[in-house]
Design a binder for this molecule. Sequence first.
Ligand code: FRU
Length: 486
Amino acid sequence: VEWTKEERYKRLEEIPAEQYQALLEETTQSKWRQHFHIQPPTGLLNDPNGFVYHEGLYHLFYQWFPLGPVHGLKYWYHVTSSDLVSFESHGPVIIPDTKYDSHGAYSGSGIVQDNRVKLVYTGNHRDSDWQRIPYQIVAALESDKVTKKTIIEGPAPGYTSHFRDPKVWYENGYYYIVIGAQRTNSTGTIVIYESDDFNDWRFKGELGTEYNEFGYMWECPDYFELDGQDVVLFCPQGIEKSGDQFNNTYQSGYLIGDLDKETFRMEHGEFTELDNGFDFYAPQTTLGANGERILFGWMGLPDTDYPTDAENWAHCLTIPRVLSVENGRLRQRPLPALEKMRGAVETAEGYAMKHNIKLHPYEGSCYELIVDVLENESTEFYIELRVSKKESTRLIYNRADKRFTLDRFDSGALSEKVEGFTRSVVLEEDLTKLQIFVDESSIEIFLNNGEKVMTSRIFPRKDATGIRTSTESGQVYFKFTKYDLT
Ligand code: FRU
């Protein structure tokens, strides 16, 4: 169904309470509602925003269009948590109610400044000719209300109106903001602003990389120092698929190296995708309670249709991951506190062979599964999850190629405008460990202790709960540990 401009820009405050109630009920009844992921009460969720830790509490927000599964007028929906395992909802906190954010309170980040949570975001304004004008706005948060102040008007000279998603940080007496931008020659980049008082912001130029012509727009930049290295995250749009890489509509990846804070030039390695699954975009990080670097991503992509659209809602966030740099590469592990979700445990150990082995009574639709690969003499092994007579989500590991594949061909309902049924990644080490989080409509697979991650929505039927393993030829000795997460 096509939504008209008028429908997309309808305000939550304007619709009758009964109409919103009906939407809420429709969403609640969905067969694909998640159990342990952040998801919108109604409508569409996209990027995580404003992620910050302050006085024992994590604040996390997300891009939200309340009225349906489309990218309409965006609000910031607020949740808080002391552990990032259970969350309290506070509803929409940044409302697009000024001239500067009249067409959406777009993405941005959070910081503690003057002992208060400050949110820096892009106000999306459109003029009477529907021309976009981006404003960068600071919103000071106080008991679920914000006071707004515009700090940067329009794009800097040399850039188009695709100029958004500020990420702010503090370092050596200065505040910095990186912004995702499009040059007037239609290439993507990141620009930097600097301030010493959080009021006056000076344009410092571009964050210089080797990727001068790499897509037409870079969204959602992030910068941080980790394990003695500088890390830059961004989401380039317009990158061609190349073998197993860059198969999704838009990409989300990182550069690691050394960023010179005088010239803002960065020496760095290759751009690497953060996630090798079907549904991952626009991640954001912050420093956690123990000084760890924690990331949430949007488990979805723009310009894609999802099966829940028919139920009038869409998307969720990923589980939180802790980042580290090891041997020049980023590793991502599930936040340790997630172990608190673990319920009943079952373990099983044994050989998987050419014939399908059904692990029984091993089953479920909401669990954490740890698979230790203790001996592997197979050519290829298969682990199938969310299995019913007709459905199965297949994980495939080819030993000679060290190539791991997620196959959604028989997973159930599928997203549309998505290229292919599989995503694959080649590992550096033999696959010895998988840690898999399965929720009602998603799967997040951590390979070899966070060497690679694959995140995907899947839309099986409720009765698709089986788990089985087999090989193409040769045998594998597995140890399975499964925790219920219900
Ligand atoms: C990324 C993005 C951002 C923008 C926001 C709008 O998904 O397009 O660039 O700020 O979503 O919702």
